[in-house]
Write a protein that binds this ligand. Sequence first.
Ligand code: DGT
Ligand code: MG
Ligand code: MG
Ligand code: MG
Ligand code: MG
Length: 238
Amino acid sequence: MAKSKFEYVRNFETDDACLRNCYIVVRLDGRNFHKFAEQHKFTKPNDNRALGLMTRSARSVMGELEDIVIAYGQSDEFSFVFKRTTTLFKRRASKLMTHVASQFSSSYVFYWKEFFGEQPLLYPPGFDGRVVLYPTNRNLRDYLSWRQADWNTSRRQNEILFSQFDINYNSEPALHKKGTTLIWEKQDETVTKRMKRPDGEEEDVPVTRSRRTVQDYHCDIIGEKFWEDHPDILEHGC
Ligand code: DGT
Ligand code: MG
Ligand code: MG
Ligand code: MG
Ligand code: MG
């Protein structure tokens, strides 16, 4: 088909493919959640319904966008890490970022009722996104450590602020202290299948297969232990 005379406008698009051999991190953050939390009566300083909904939405992102190897969230933010070698959407930053942000936002609204029950969603929430590239495992781990340490700092400031509510930093649940880390794990699943025997009779046979599921952790990701326990998240030797 002949090109239309309008086709040249395509050349105005900029190439935003992310540099190769880098982990691609997309971080989302709730827009004006100070107000959103207040209007929806989030408990202070941590609302388990809100945290559950954030994690549910992040699971939906991981399920829809292959190649995310780890996600970390706290407060109104979530970071998603694509593997270094991903070729998803030709590594185009705008495509990756907008898919993550829109899948997360629509999930946040879609699953609202599962977490907040009859309490209505008063207006459509939004999330901003940004893309950051990290070339080495050290850089990526330092990024994730930074997000978790940042959470600790703001929580400790909160502690001073919320001492009036009688919250003791050390006796709080790990979910509140450490945030949420999501990774893929293989799990064996056994189902029974109805099979036909050579003699024509049918019987139930147990069949075990390994399935990838998203596991959540509320633990320290700054130290070595988490990474030693899960050696397959990061690429080896880089
Ligand atoms: P932004 O991101 O610049 O549009 O503005 P904000 O207001 O979203 O600011 P940000 O992201 O720095 O801080 C997150 C806000 O969300 C902070 O004011 C506290 C609130 N928030 C997040 N999770 C909870 C929660 O579980 N309970 C309550 N009460 N507030 C929360
Ligand atoms: Mg912000
Ligand atoms: Mg925010
Ligand atoms: Mg935030
Ligand atoms: Mg299309």
